[in-house]
Ligand binder design. Structure first.
Ligand SMILES: [Zn+2]
Length: 396
């Protein structure tokens, strides 16, 4: 049978349907796949041939040989392609290549200035991606998708930033369009906190359906995954809790132009400013964490109070979306339990009892890898979707 005949005989959705069953990485026999789909084993065999030709699926080698005829099982080949994950901050970008299960293969951290604008900044990402591919002995042809996290609001459907406060020149910029002119694979762009939420959930809370991730660093934001699906809102700024007004912020001007925002009193720079006022040598959030670790009481109290301030806003979130897990990450979470103690103090006291009965408030476990993991998940989810696999299979 010629390639053309085989493709048309199978229809376009056949291979992708089988592939979705193998995406979890577990090996399966043809009989198992036939039972799961109700298809004839011969049909399964033809569809697996297409996936094998793409290199996405292959024979599974059992670790222990029992002698005799080995069981004939097939599984996803995680190394078949690679995914580029890029997690941008204001002054750096973390880059990684992962396999198709999201396992990091190699990574790099490059210094950038996001205020240099999109072309310079993304150009640095493309150069960095080539260097990482080189390091693995792979080429641009091995790339199947790119996930990017940016430190500002992003309209997810188009990948364009929307009025990002610290990113001059980026407003409305077609990030996927620009990147695809250099690396021609699907490009997914999201807000950095949303990708951290995705990464944290997949790393530490994969079965949790009502998940809230909070980042406390230079800014404060949250990523919502209620019902197991990321919620970004109409303009991509859902979860932007940093600019909610809190009572203790009265009279404090925020960089957003409003007064009394959570971020203006509880972020790393805000805490550093209040500690400087008490006579401490404290330049920014990192020094606040160092003072806390050194047992400085002023710093401990300031971080605990920041936790209470955050708790005020999270109390409203808890009553609104009823999460079962709140994970707190970002550089200020490295100040240890003090931040969380302040959050718990207020949330457990002030939220509805039914909402807190089964609520867990924990530090991030993925830490500074959460963003990269989430960016990779985002790209993999798209690149291995039924529609994307159909497209690849149609070209076989
Ligand atoms: Zn503000």
């Amino acid at each position: 049978m010629s390639d053309t005949t085989r493709s048309s005989a199978l229809g376009s959705t056949g291979a992708s349907e089988i592939f979705q069953l193998l995406r979890d990485g577990a090996p399966r026999t043809r009989a198992e796949l036939a039972a799961m789909t109700g298809l004839a084993r011969s049909t399964i065999g033809l569809r697996l041939d297409v996936l094998a030709e793409l290199g996405l699926v292959g024979p599974y080698a059992d670790a222990v040989s029992t002698g005799g005829r080995p069981p004939s099982r097939v599984a996803l080949v995680p190394s078949a392609r690679v995914v580029l994950a890029a997690d941008f901050g204001a002054g750096h970008v973390n880059l990684a290549l992962t396999d198709l299960m999201g396992v990091e293969l190699t990574s790099d951290r490059r210094l950038i200035d996001i205020a240099d604008g999109p072309e310079t900044t993304l150009g640095g990402m493309v150069t960095g991606a080539d260097a990482l591919l080189d390091r693995l002995g792979r080429t641009r042809d091995d790339l199947i998708g790119i996930g990017i996290g940016l430190p500002g609001p992003v309209q997810f459907s188009t990948g364009r930033p929307v009025n990002p406060p610290i990113m001059p020149g980026w407003d409305g910029f077609d990030v996927p369009g620009w990147v695809r002119r250099h690396l021609d694979v699907p490009v997914l762009v999201d807000n950095d906190v949303n990708i951290m939420a995705l990464g944290e959930r997949s790393h530490a809370w994969p079965g949790t359906d009502h998940f809230l991730f909070v980042k406390v660093a230079t800014g404060i934001g949250s990523g919502l995954i209620p019902g197991g699906r990321p919620q970004r809102g109409a303009q991509g700024i859902a979860g932007d809790i940093g600019h909610v007004q809190i009572p203790r912020g009265a009279g404090v001007v925020c960089h957003c132009g409003n007064v009394g925002c959570l971020e203006a009193v509880a972020s790393g720079p805000a805490l550093a400013r209040s500690l400087r006022a008490l006579g401490h040598d404290c330049e920014g959030g990192r020094q606040v964490v160092e003072l806390v670790r050194a047992g400085n009481l002023d710093a401990v109290q300031a971080v605990r109070q920041a936790g209470r301030d955050l708790g005020e806003v999270l109390t409203a979130c808890v009553n609104m979306i009823n999460p079962s897990v709140i994970a707190i990450g970002g550089s200020m979470a490295q100040a240890g339990e003090h931040l969380l103690a302040g959050v718990r103090e207020v949330v457990y006291q002030r939220s509805m009892p039914l909402a807190t009965e089964h609520l867990t408030i924990v530090p991030s476990r993925a830490g500074d890898r959460a963003g990269l993991m989430g960016a990779s998940m985002l790209a993999i989810h798209h690149a291995l979707s039924p529609a994307a696999i159909d497209e690849l299979a149609a070209a076989v």
